[in-house]
Design a protein around this ligand. Structure first.
Ligand code: ADP
Ligand code: MG
Length: 310
């Protein structure tokens, strides 16, 4: 087995390959993730997104094919979720600073001001020139809810192109279980218990050749006066999504879809999920505040209490 752990995309990434001992594959995969990070990080002033944000309200910016693709998808998801997912959410993400500022709650006026800058309809994409523009000064993009999924899909592509058939890719929780386990069995992928420390599972998925992506309110959060303030912002209110969900896990083929869907559906809430899930042929596992676990009807539990795809 080959394995590699590395920092990129603002998180810890882990790749395990079970059917090759060619270390160069790991380096190629890591380089591809680093390239995507260099293009899409909102924290780098010379990334596509850094330059796009610095030029909002001014002039279109030429971006790489990678970034253009992700921007197109991000706009699509913003549309189909009616703004529950909104890739221009950055001013609110920055204001709240969940995980960065310590237990900070902005005033209603601050929230209103940041919220007034949000709007995916202000993204102007020109596919011929591969340029992007945010119409108004102060607007800013955030691909944090979708870029890891794209990077996971690209990692899988690198592995497959190099003959790998059995691997686990984990980019900060965006998982792709490629092929089958080396013993020919399905992979077992745990869904983290949202109120226990890392490594404790509340459910186990048993599957092959799928991506598994979770959005949860237990990673970057604080609780004040009984309210859970977390990093999944509802762009329509300007506040952390007010939902009875602790986590949404998406299972499907395409990790970029799964990433955007997990963020969108967490914000939208369980009752609104079915149309989007069927549009993307995705399945979901929901964990509620009282730790009840429910799932889409194409998933069921087997005799070992594992959740399997029908
Ligand atoms: P994580 O990146 O923590 O695994 P997600 O994929 O759900 O989880 O992405 C969360 C990130 O997406 C946030 O840190 C923020 O950068 C961005 N984000 C937060 N709320 C939204 C939203 N409503 N729409 C789009 N992106 C969002
Ligand atoms: Mg996501």
């Amino acid at each position: 087995m080959l394995e590699k752990t590395f920092q990129s995309l603002g998180t810890l990434n882990h790749i395990r390959i079970f059917d090759s001992d060619d270390e160069r594959i790991l380096y190629k995969a890591q380089a591809r993730v680093a390239e995507i990070n260099d293009r899409m990080s909102a924290f780098k002033s010379d990334s596509d997104i850094g330059r796009l944000n610095a030029n909002s309200g001014k002039s279109p910016v030429a971006v790489s094919q990678d970034t253009f693709r992700v921007l197109e998808q991000a706009v699509d998801f913003s549309e189909v979720s009616h703004g529950a997912f909104d890739c221009t959410v950055r001013p609110l993400v920055e204001l709240w600073g969940i995980g960065k500022k310590l237990n900070f709650i902005p005033t209603a006026a601050e929230v209103a001001k940041a919220k007034s800058k949000i709007g995916y309809k202000d993204i102007v994409l020109d596919p011929k020139k591969s340029t992007a523009l945010l119409r108004h000064h102060g607007q800013a993009m955030d691909l944090g809810g979708i870029a890891k999924g794209f990077a996971a899909d690209e990692t899988r592509r690198v592995l497959i192109e190099n003959g790998v058939k059995s691997a686990i890719i984990n980019l900060g929780g965006n998982i792709i279980a490629l092929g089958k386990r080396p013993d020919g069995q399905s992979w077992r992928i745990g869904i983290q218990n949202p109120v226990k420390q890392t490594g404790r599972h509340i459910a186990v998925l048993c599957l092959e050749d799928k991506t598994i992506v979770t959005s949860a309110s237990n990673e970057r959060f604080f609780i004040k006066d009984g309210v859970r303030y977390h990093h999944l912002i509802d762009p329509r209110t300007g506040y952390p999504a007010d939902t009875s969900l602790l986590s949404v896990t998406i299972v499907c083929e395409n990790s970029m879809h799964a990433d955007a869907l997990s963020t969108a559906l967490f914000v939208m809430g369980k009752s609104q999920c079915e149309p989007l899930l069927s549009a993307y042929r995705a399945l979901a596992v929901f964990i509620e505040e009282d730790l009840t676990c429910s799932f889409s009807n194409k998933l069921r539990k087997n005799e070992n209490e594992e959740i399997v795809v029908l």
